[in-house]
Design a binder for this molecule. Structure first.
Ligand SMILES: Nc1ncnc2c1ncn2[C@@H]1O[C@H](COP(=O)(O)OP(=O)(O)OP(=O)(O)O)[C@@H](O)[C@H]1O
Ligand SMILES: [Mg+2]
Length: 402
């Protein structure tokens, strides 16, 4: 029996009681310790933790009630069950013992069956409680460990998503700056030729003007990129309210179109119809975020048109029931109905991950539209997609007017 490995503490000073109880416990195979007064009892409790205490009421230095209440008010000892040894007729003592936290009493003169039954029951109950407590501790440790692991994983995933977002958002502007610089490089040869023929000074001036214009745009683009990076980093930390400003949506779109024109393919090979609202469209936003949202959508349209000979992109702004909106339509292949529910999911893409030298097919990570959606929604706005009038996809972003 599991209870037989337990330690019973007997607190009594009457030799006859000690002998009778000691024999009963010994015969049952219990190990037991003996103390005969309060002082000894607490000295022993400093060194050993018995599994049950059999406590007499009448002791020379301190009575059993006082010892019991000290045990029950000590956090390290209070879990030990105490059984009082009481005279048969003394009801008051029994009640007092229960009030002080005793679990039971054994009446004198001691009967083997009664002593064994009560001690065994309470010991078993105590061992069961200990087992449950150990199990609970183990569970708590496991939960704590698991929670720590989950927090670490969650942080890693947020960090990974954030890094991907940063990379995604800087790639577009850096590419257009690089394209602009390529153009300057190409023009350099022309300028050198012109200069060698000194009679066409005026045409040199025209080309120089174009270079300065391009450089100005490139610089603006880089500044926008830095602002964007700054806002992304700030956002990843805490509050970014101070970045929010009231801006006219038309101004953001106009500026973005200027930037887009740095890209010669967009400038020369795409037919554009631009219809900006004549009314102001005041919105309260982080400008860099809306610029990025617009760039992502135009980039998607350009990707969709990459094989199309007659490319067209239409841009429109306006007001609709308290919302400023902009629409970007293209005449690409559009989005197949079965893919519509998935296009805003993180990492959903139909584009290859790696570029292919032969096909030059655009690559994708599937973060663009996810970013657009969470940005629009962070301003209580919406993004939706419909079939465009010119054949392909039409994305509509709505942001509340202030
Ligand atoms: N204008 C569009 N015409 C056709 N399909 C589109 C258009 N815009 C988005 N899609 C589809 O939605 C998918 C998800 O777009 P999203 O911008 O989220 O990712 P991506 O462009 O593939 O990659 P990236 O993270 O580089 O933007 C695209 O892969 C494409 O299949
Ligand atoms: Mg995209």
């Amino acid at each position: 029996m599991a209870t037989h490995n337990s330690l019973v503490l007997l607190v009594d000073d009457v030799p006859q009681n000690i002998q009778v109880l000691g024999n009963i416990l010994k015969n049952q195979g219990y190990s037991f310790a003996l103390t005969t007064n309060g002082k000894e009892t607490f000295e022993l409790l400093e060194k050993k933790t018995p599994d049950i205490i059999l406590l007499d009421i009448m002791l020379p230095d301190e009575d059993g009630f006082s010892i019991c209440s000290k045990i029950k008010s000590n956090p390290n000892l209070k879990h030990i069950p105490v059984i009082f040894l009481s005279a048969k007729h003394d009801i008051k003592d029994k009640i007092r013992g229960f009030e002080l936290g005793a679990v039971d009493y054994i009446t004198k003169p001691f009967e083997d069956v009664e002593v064994i039954g009560r001690v065994t029951n309470h010991l078993q109950a105590k061992l069961d409680r200990d087992k449950i407590e150990r199990y609970n501790h183990k569970l708590e440790d496991m939960v704590e460990q698991r929670t720590k692991e989950l927090i670490i994983k969650e942080r890693e995933s947020i960090l990974a998503q954030f890094m991907q977002g940063v990379i995604h958002n800087v790639r577009g502007p850096i590419t257009s700056v690089a394209n602009g610089m390529d153009v300057i490089d190409m023009m350099k040869d022309g300028i050198e030729q012109h200069i060698s023929q000194s009679d066409i000074q005026s045409s040199v001036n025209d080309e120089l003007q174009e270079i300065w214009e391009l450089n100005k745009l490139n610089k603006e683009k880089l500044e926008a990129l830095l602002k964007d990076l700054k806002s992304m980093l700030k956002k990843s930390r805490t509050d970014h309210n101070e970045e929010i400003e009231i801006t006219d949506l038309n101004r953001i779109i106009e500026q973005e179109i200027d930037f887009l024109n740095v890209d010669l393919e967009f400038k020369n090979l795409v037919t554009k119809e631009i219809n900006l609202s004549t009314k102001p469209l005041p919105i309260k936003v982080i400008t860099a975020e809306i610029s990025q949202l617009f760039q992502n959508l135009v980039k998607n349209s350009m990707d969709a048109l990459y094989q199309k000979p007659n490319k067209q992109i239409d841009i429109e702004t306006g007001i609709d029931q308290g919302f400023a909106y902009f629409k970007i339509s293209d005449n690409g292949p559009g989005i197949p109905t079965e893919l519509l529910p998935r296009i805003f999911d993180p990492f959903f893409t139909t584009k290859p991950k790696e570029s292919n030298e032969d096909t030059k097919a655009p690559t994708g990570t599937g973060i663009g539209l996810r970013f657009c959606k969470s940005t629009a929604e962070s301003y209580r706005g919406t993004i939706s997609v419909e079939k465009s009038q010119i054949g392909g996809a039409c994305f509509v972003v709505k942001l509340p007017i202030v």
